[in-house]
Design a protein around this ligand. Structure first.
Ligand code: ADP
Ligand code: MG
Ligand code: MG
Length: 252
């Protein structure tokens, strides 16, 4: 589904990613861990096509297409979804209206018919049921005055509604209490599917107790320096990120 090869990315004249390679197949959940400032969000943003990131070398292929050739909207229409670490607030814009506009924009780009209010509400109810969510957040303005947990809940709901093929969650766990964390994990687990892949970016091991990844990668020095299964996350928790660097120095 996704193949990143030797990716080099520069921001504001500084090389952040330096030779990152990663392959993600449909149905897999990959966790990306790494110290603060390592470039984890940079990776997510480059995949989603956010502005300000200069790809100076390497390639990204998504479902056989050159992802870097696609506009952010085209990427979204092709099934790429990025949940932000800090979701935006849009005061005065009703959340239901926003979600329907987002969904219909995606459907138009795919050449599918738009959903009318009734069809949209049917879809909303289905997704609320799957995620065990109440509809209280739908009647408020987008993220305005939402608590951290409510924003994440809304984001997981948005993700469920858009049914992405490749979902990237960037520190969707930061600042969450245990109930909100479980809600995020339940949402992701409910959406796990042989046709869908997840990249879960997290600084801490905690989320991975609930979303059990198929692979864990450590991003440091601008590239993936270590890959393993979920036990790698536990080792990192125990020994810290310096352990990786020490192991490398020791030639392990
Ligand atoms: P992480 O998500 O792993 O904590 P980021 O990808 O957010 O790391 O950032 C990687 C590096 O890029 C950091 O050193 C950060 O300061 C820098 N950086 C990120 N965004 C910008 C920007 N817009 N302008 C300048 N430097 C940036
Ligand atoms: Mg950070
Ligand atoms: Mg980050």
């Amino acid at each position: 589904m996704l193949k990143i090869e030797n990716l080099h990315v520069r921001i504001a004249g500084k090389d952040i990613l330096r030779g990152l390679s990663l392959e993600v197949k449909a149905g897999e959940v990959h966790a990306i861990m790494g110290p603060n400032g390592a470039g984890k969000s940079t990776l997510g943003n480059v995949l989603a096509g956010r502005e300000g990131y200069e790809v100076i070398e390497g390639s990204i292929h998504y479902e056989g297409r050159d992802l870097l050739e696609l506009e952010p909207e085209e990427r979204a229409a092709a099934g790429v979804f990025l949940a932000f670490q800090y979701p935006v607030e849009i005061p005065g814009v009703n959340n239901t209206y926003f979600l329907r506009a987002a969904l219909n924009a995606q459907r138009r780009r795919r050449g599918e018919s738009e959903l009318d209010s009734m069809q949209f509400l049917k879809r909303v109810r289905e997704k609320l049921a799957v995620l065990h969510l109440k509809d209280e957040l739908l009647h408020r303005a987008v993220n305005e005055g939402f608590s951290g947990g409510e924003k994440k809940r809304n984001e997981i709901f948005q993700m469920a509604l858009l049914e992405p093929k490749l979902a990237i969650l960037d520190e969707t766990d930061s600042g969450l209490d245990i109930d909100a964390l479980k809600m995020v994990a339940d949402g992701v687990n409910a959406m796990r599917d042989p046709a869908r892949a997840f990249i879960v970016i997290t600084h801490y091991q905690r989320l991975l107790e609930y979303i059990v990844p198929d692979y864990v990668h450590v991003l440091a020095d601008g590239r993936i320096v270590e890959s393993g299964d979920k036990s790698l996350a536990l080792k990192l928790e125990e020994h810290g990120y310096s352990w990786i660097a020490e192991r490398k120095l020791a030639g392990a």
